[in-house]
Design a protein around this ligand. Structure first.
Ligand code: ADP
Ligand code: MG
Length: 323
């Protein structure tokens, strides 16, 4: 057995619980989506030095690699089916890094019912690269698109905004001294997202349009509105913020810009026709996911208008872009 085969057998095979993964002993996996269902496909990768710090613990890196993909599936209303993993490691990489990585990945795969189906293992002269390709399914033709929002629909967002962006700012030393528990919570939100898998079915059965917030609330809202040919006015004081985040904004109002543009929230932003709004709220509550109504969709193709404390909020950089 080659060293590569040995790595696959020791670290990845234990995670390949789905019968279609064939114990990672064949060239490909073979799976069938449930009858009458569409496959929903997504890939999102993490590069060392770009998406995570070289000294970040590898269990968090593993969870983030899978969860950022699960967040996209949830925003489309899909349930996870499984995933592929392409990983490139330096020659002489630390085996304990990989052991911790695969243990956490296996825990998440089990927790989100999203088993490892296969993948690829390579060496690289550069930074570690981790690409997850996730597969989900939903009843045929029911994927929630970005382009279905209509004037009069209500805009909802799950959870709370800005925490990952503030966690990253704290890691970069760009925030004032924080209480230890706040700092830990915010950094945790940056390192390990909480995808809203539990909200997927409520989104699928109620939302006219949806997007997951990965690149920043303002930019992702603009993408949803642009795709739907609608606009919206947002009073940022209505955005859901945790108590400690609210306190940071009170102390330094400029923090609101980090919150609405920073990204990595992995919350779901969706529009719901008014007739379905109460049922959506109940479904979200049964799923134990907080949702907040933050505005009403309007006709028009102007960019969304954000205001804070009665003044227009003009953003230097509405969302994250790699280039
Ligand atoms: P091939 O030679 O056809 O490219 P490999 O030897 O790379 O196949 O892989 C053998 C099996 O192990 C395949 O089923 C593949 O999907 C699986 N595999 C390889 N690397 C990984 C990984 N990092 N995670 C999960 N499965 C993997
Ligand atoms: Mg290969």
């Amino acid at each position: 057995m080659s060293a590569e085969d040995d790595l696959i057998a020791r670290y990845f095979k234990p995670l390949a619980s789905h019968p279609g993964a064939l114990g990672l002993a064949d060239d490909c996996a073979a799976i069938a989506p449930p009858a009458g269902h569409d496959l929903v496909l997504k890939t999102d990768g993490l590069i060392e030095g770009v998406h995570f710090f070289p000294d970040d613990p590898s269990d968090g890196v593993a969870r983030k690699a899978l969860r950022v993909n699960l967040s996209d599936l949830a925003a489309k209303g899909a349930q996870p089916l499984g995933f592929l993993l392409a990983i490139a490691l330096r020659k002489g990489f630390s085996e304990s890094w990989l052991a911790v990585f695969t243990r956490a990945l296996g825990e998440d795969a089990a927790a989100y019912a999203c088993p490892l189906l296969g993948g690829d293992t390579d060496s690289t002269p550069g930074p570690i690269s981790i690409s997850v390709m996730a597969f989900g399914s939903l009843p045929q033709g029911t994927m929630v698109r970005r382009n279905g929002a209509r004037a009069g629909d209500l805009l909802f967002v799950s959870g709370a905004l800005g925490e990952a962006a503030l966690g990253l700012a704290a890691l970069r030393g760009k925030l004032p001294a924080l209480a230890a528990d706040t700092r830990e919570r915010l950094v945790g939100r940056y390192r390990v997202p909480q995808p809203r898998t539990a909200l997927a079915e409520a989104v699928r059965t109620h939302a006219s349009a949806a997007i997951d917030i990965s690149d920043g609330f303002a930019g992702d809202l603009a993408k949803l509105c642009g795709a739907s040919g609608v606009t919206v006015a947002i009073d940022c004081e209505r955005l859901p913020l945790a108590g400690d985040v609210r306190a940071l904004v009170a102390a330094e109002p400029g923090t609101i810009e980090t919150i609405v543009t920073g990204g990595e929230d992995y919350e779901i932003l969706c529009t719901v026709p008014p007739a379905k709004a109460d049922s959506f709220r109940s479904a979200a509550s049964r799923a134990d996911v907080p949702v907040t109504e933050i505005g009403t969709v309007e006709p028009g193709d102007a960019a969304p208008r954000l205001a804070f404390r009665g003044r227009p909020l003009t953003l230097v950089r509405p969302s994250w872009s790699h280039f």
